[in-house]
Design a protein around this ligand. Structure first.
Ligand code: NAP
Length: 257
């Protein structure tokens, strides 16, 4: 049995009748999260850059038990595409209950070599992408809805060469706090997860990890399903009194000297 199926087999179906958008859902944490929601009965919208890969992911989500899974091509850094994704979701499913802002990217350059365009690219996806979806969510989500932003432990501690990423992820925690304050009046909850090292393409293709600049003890590498379970908890009514939280999900890595 896969990690996703094992975790879901233990969990009740908390998302039956609900509609969930997961961004960056074709790979890694986003894929595991989409599959987790599907296995708990949600209709899942899989928003990603590559429609073919999102389509393959949607098939897996249906196999896991989702009543419907809809792949959408959406660059989260493009306001118009985010608006279209939410409008399409409302048109197809008649409502929206959960948004998981998971799409993200990193750059690896020393500060001396960074150009404004490097900052715009990272902030555009990792911060503004989440903001665009939060704003759409505030306009269209039903009371009781929930938004989960996928930040990083780089919001708290970091390594060299990733200044725009670390800044974007720290700002995403701040956006989560602001959105939680304003969301409360709308009956919406907004929380963040801060993953540590998670076994995904992003981790293994990380030049700092490859070069040894960032050394990761294998005991502190989690699976995408570990994040999916934490995200599903925050999105669920089990977390109904959790608002503006920044939940570290790193297997205890940050606490170690
Ligand atoms: P991943 O395997 O690379 O998946 C990220 C997905 O997001 C990919 O499918 C990617 O598409 C997509 N994406 C990138 N830019 C996008 C855009 N503009 N619009 C829509 N989709 C876009 O990465 P992951 O490790 O699962 O990371 C998911 C999230 O967790 C990210 O926010 C990351 O910062 C965060 N995180 C990961 C770790 C870790 O150790 N893995 C640790 C801390 C935080 P393409 O592949 O086509 O680019």
């Amino acid at each position: 049995m896969s990690d996703v199926a094992q975790t879901a087999a233990r969990a009740p179906s908390r998302f039956t009748g609900k509609t969930v958008i997961v961004t960056g859902a074709a790979s890694g944490i986003g894929l595991a999260t989409a599959r987790h929601f599907g296995s708990e009965g949600a209709r899942v919208v899989l928003a990603d850059l590559d429609l073919d890969r999102a389509g393959q992911a949607a098939e897996a989500v249906k196999t896991d038990g989702a009543p419907d899974a809809w792949p959408v091509r959406c660059d989260v850094s493009d306001e118009g595409q985010v608006r279209a994704c939410v409008a399409g979701t409302l048109g197809r499913f008649g409502g929206l209950d959960v948004i998981v802002n998971n799409a993200g990217l990193m750059t690896f350059k020393p500060i001396l070599e960074l150009e404004a365009e490097d900052w715009r690219r990272v902030l555009g996806v990792d911060l503004l992408g989440a903001f665009f979806f939060v704003r759409e969510g505030f306009e269209h989500m039903r009371p009781g809805g929930s938004i989960v932003n996928v930040s990083s432990i780089h919001a708290v501690e970091t390594s060299p060469l990733v200044a725009p990423y670390a800044a974007a992820k720290a700002a995403l925690v701040s956006l989560t706090r602001s959105a939680a304050l304003e969301g409360k009046a709308r009956g919406l909850r907004v929380n963040a997860v801060l993953p540590g090292a998670i076994e995904t393409p992003m981790l293994r293709e990380n030049p700092n990890v490859k070069s040894g600049v960032e050394v990761i003890d294998p005991n502190f590498v989690g699976q995408p399903a570990d994040l999916a379970a934490a995200i599903a908890f925050l999105a669920s009514d089990d977390a109904r009194f959790v608002q503006g939280a920044a939940l570290v999900v790193d297997g205890g890595r940050l606490d170690r000297l």
